[in-house]
Design a binder for this molecule. Structure first.
Ligand SMILES: [Zn+2]
Length: 339
């Protein structure tokens, strides 16, 4: 079962939009811009350096997509702290409007900007110098692995110089992937600085970010699935197209099959009735995407089952990305149906 080649570009674009990216904003000045440009309202940077050159850590502001997560690091070491995170309320863009307090970037005549919402502070601010000390081994090995990636290398905010970890000058907006999050904040354990016995990172910080990523990831997945199916239930002849009654449903549950997370082929756009019927196993889809009603319920007097039976053997309305066979098999196993 493959996808026609002509659709693969669109598939990639949609898949990208279903992935939540995480960025780190590193700002020495606490206020950063003033007015509606100030901290927690947006991230912004000039489009060019004073000498006219481009700078990847500024251009990255443009790459932000709605619902991406931005973690904030503020101040100058040893007084730099990870203070919390925000969510992008829209995509990054370029503008000739200016921050009221542009500071040392006042020379610029254009800026990149991405608006933020929902600033959430960490349970306690996390001191960067403490993290560099207590997570040194993890961060050094992350740094080395990243350097081996060549052109795939991420733009990260720190370097190893003369045997020490330190912030990369001017790395205003940098990439944070799953592995770097883990290297920085651990995977849910309490991290104690050996020298002072001080708690550096509480259990909550790592899981706070992880939960946020899952929540946003699921919301974005649901939106992408609904878009893929043209905001209409894909069950044969079902006409529900009111967004309030539609679900971007998973075929295989995320918890059952992490590999299929974010895969659009693991989703179906269904109305509330058909989502519920699919979820509790009243029906599944066979390998040709035809409705297959669970034989255990055939004699049910439920009008929902009777309505499903009318369409037994009919193919659902397919989208440009076909349901994945792996996901369907997972659904057959979970619901005990063998179409
Ligand atoms: Zn429906």
């Amino acid at each position: 079962m493959g996808h026609p080649a002509s659709l693969s570009l669109r598939y990639l674009a949609e898949l990208k939009s279903a992935t939540v990216m995480t960025y780190l904003e590193m700002s020495r000045d606490i206020d950063h811009g003033g007015g509606t440009w100030a901290f927690t309202n947006c991230v912004w940077a000039p489009t060019k350096k004073r000498d006219g050159a481009n700078w990847p850590f500024w251009e990255k502001v443009q790459e932000i997509q709605q619902h991406d997560i931005i973690i904030h690091l503020r101040g100058t070491p040893p007084n730099a702290y990870f203070v919390g995170y925000s969510v992008a309320s829209g995509d990054g863009f370029q503008t000739t409007r200016r921050p009221p307090k542009a500071g040392e970037w006042d020379y610029a005549d254009a800026f990149y900007r991405a608006d933020l919402t929902g600033f959430t502070s960490f349970h306690q601010p996390i001191n960067l110098t403490d993290v560099f000390t207590s997570r040194r081994a993890e961060l050094e090995s992350y740094f080395e692995l990243n350097n081996l990636k060549g052109s795939e290398k991420l733009n990260v905010f720190f370097v190893r110089q003369s045997g020490r970890l330190q912030c990369l000058n001017g790395a205003y907006l940098s990439d944070i992937d799953e592995a770097l999050l883990k290297a920085l904040f651990g995977d849910g354990h309490q991290i104690v600085q050996p020298a002072s016995n001080k708690v550096v990172i509480s259990v909550e910080t790592g899981s706070q970010i992880a939960l946020m990523r899952v929540r946003i990831g699921q919301a974005r997945f649901a939106d992408a699935i609904k878009g893929l199916y043209g905001d209409r239930c894909c069950f044969p002849e079902c006409t529900v197209s009111d967004a309030r009654f539609l679900v971007g449903a998973h075929i295989a549950r995320w918890s059952d099959n992490p590999k299929l997370r974010g895969e659009l082929g693991n989703g179906l756009c269904l109305c509330l009735i058909h989502d519920r019927a699919f979820e509790i196993g009243l029906f599944t889809l066979d390998q040709h995407f035809r409705v297959f009603v669970n034989p255990n319920f055939e004699r049910s007097s439920s009008s929902v089952v009777q309505d499903l039976l009318i369409h037994h053997g009919e193919q659902i309305r397919l989208a440009s990305v076909l349901p994945l066979e792996d996901a369907l098999i997972e659904h057959w196993i979970r619901t005990g149906i063998e179409p």
